[in-house]
Design a protein around this ligand. Structure first.
Ligand code: ATP
Ligand code: PAF
Ligand code: BAL
Length: 280
């Protein structure tokens, strides 16, 4: 596997990969790879001739009091996992390569970024959209794969690709979960043993609410019951539990399909997100 850190070498390598009309799939990540990331890589291998994975912990999507410095980084371990998966190219620029001195242009995400994680993390989705647009321009993939765990992020990137005429396909990959239901996330590494034991209360509460709402239960009461169950299960607070239109992300007060239950909650210093489909 080639590990590339500068843009000129990347362009040469991607041009070589694309020879003979071969297709390229990009899997953007922030590293600290787990089985969820590897499921994205496997999807990429199924849909394209070559897979490029990027690892870049993007400072512009972290707020000033968030975990940019503490975010887990272990490139050697990540690279070994990607070699096992048959990945040919790892794009791993440093911050000065991604944002050279004088970098002064960014993408602003409008309404899709206002609610949910966007409300809790001001500027977060502007940072995500900007770096993802840069990754698309750097790698020029035919297809890019993102996880459904970050449902709002996936919706925002689909909209950005459409609004800004990026000529590529965006694919969403299903959420990979631990056996107790907790969605895999690099941030799960922050959890103490006790917190990890409690964390399954989060997906459990969401699954229960999704089932109730699909079965005709009152939406507001089901969302409130989920919040109560998450805190009773050991979480310190709930950022939001909301029923949303699965595509437009508009908040729904009554159930109609396609809908998605979206949530974020905090346990100790760790903020976890998750989501479930509601109905078919
Ligand atoms: N459990 C999962 N199932 C499917 N996709 C996932 C899962 N976890 C992460 N991804 C996807 O992997 C890609 C890279 O995500 P990222 O590197 O931020 O990992 P993460 O585990 O989501 O970390 P974080 O703890 O920052 O949320 C994103 O498209 C994300 O949606
Ligand atoms: C898409 C992404 C790699 C952009 O930094 C990040 O937000 C992530 O890992 O989900
Ligand atoms: N997985 C989304 C990246 C972030 O939380 O910053």
């Amino acid at each position: 596997m080639q590990i590339i850190r500068d843009i000129a070498t990347l362009h040469r390598a991607v041009t070589a990969l694309k020879q003979g009309r071969k297709s390229v799939a990009l899997v953007p990540t922030m590293g600290a790879l787990h089985a969820g990331h590897l499921s994205l890589v496997r999807m990429a291998r199924r849909v394209a001739d070559h897979v490029v994975v990027s690892i870049f912990v993007n400072p512009t999507q972290f707020g000033p009091n968030e975990d940019y410095a503490a975010y887990p980084r272990d490139e050697a371990r990540d690279a070994a996992l990607l070699v096992e998966e048959g990945v040919g190219l790892l794009w791993a620029p440093d911050v000065a390569t991604m944002y050279p001195a004088g970098h002064g242009t960014h993408i602003e995400v409008a309404e899709l970024g206002a609610d949910y994680c966007g409300a809790a993390r001001p500027g977060h989705f502007d940072g995500v959209a900007t770096v993802v647009a840069k990754l698309f321009n750097q790698v020029r993939p035919d297809v890019a794969i993102f996880g459904e765990k970050d449902w709002q992020q996936l919706a925002i990137i689909r909209r950005m690709a459409r609004d800004l005429d990026f000529a590529l396909d965006i694919l969403g990959a299903p959420i990979a979960r631990d056996p107790d239901g907790l969605a895999l996330s690099s941030r799960n590494a922050y959890l103490s043993k006790e917190q990890r034991g409690a964390a399954a209360a989060f997906p459990d509460a969401l699954k229960t609410a999704a089932k109730a709402i699909a079965g005709g239960a009152d939406v507001a009461a089901s969302l409130a019951a989920a919040e109560t169950a998450i805190v009773a299960g050991g979480f310190d607070s709930v950022d939001y539990v909301a029923l949303a239109d699965a595509a437009s992300l508009e908040r729904l007060t009554t159930f109609r399909e396609p809908a998605r239950l979206l949530a974020a909650a905090r346990i100790g210093k760790t903020r976890l997100i998750d989501n479930y489909p509601v109905g078919g």
